[in-house]
Write a new protein. Sequence first.
Length: 270
Amino acid sequence: MQQPTAAKADSASSPTAAKAPGSTQAASLAVRLRSIAFVILSSLLAAVHAPLVFLTAPFLSFEQRYRFVNIWSLVIMWLLRHLNGVRIQVEGREHIPQDRGVVVMANHQSPWETFYLQILVSPQATILKKELLWIPFFGWGLALLKPIAINRSMGSQALKTILREGAARLADGISVMIFPEGTRQPPGTIGHFNSGGAMLATRAGAEVLPVVHNSGDCWPGRSVMRYPGTIRMVIGEPIPSNGKSTKALNAEVEQWIHAHYPGEQAAPVG
């Protein structure tokens, strides 16, 4: 199975068209049935794949284990394309460094980017909530990929974990993935940026790879629906951290993400 590649959208498959008031009941029912089928099939495949991962993990290097675990991510992308009609366009793929680790900072709308970025930026360690590692199959697979698991309620202790373990991953040439908004946002919305990713970059002298996308248009967070359409992702040139304060770097990345959002942004509240 090959990595998903960019494809042009067609207007008939846009998420807006799928949800438009004028859509027929048959079309709406088809989208719902395909969405439910996606959930069932992806869960069944995870149940088959996960035991194989755990059986082989002790005999694989980290890089081999990483690729094996992410076979499931590739399957997810294949299902989205062929079952749900979700296409993917990526702009700036050439900006991903291949010879060093970077701090990847991306907006967060959906589970989609947690899968796709694992494929796109490899290898990487994701900063995530410790509770995610308890999710059957998905979380267990993540635990094999050297994630940086934090307890958000611990505050300063969580930040110390990010800085300590993040610096170690970067020193090993492993990129660190962080969603600075902290939680998933509605489509078209960019949330407030926490400073942990920028602080890690400035402390470690690492570059930040800015990433922005509109995944929530096709795969809304906390929903079983998968709407046909195109997810667009834009990857910027790495942003140096040398000589910059955490606040300045965080603001620079946040401004870049606002400026390059591949869709219509919702009007700010208030």
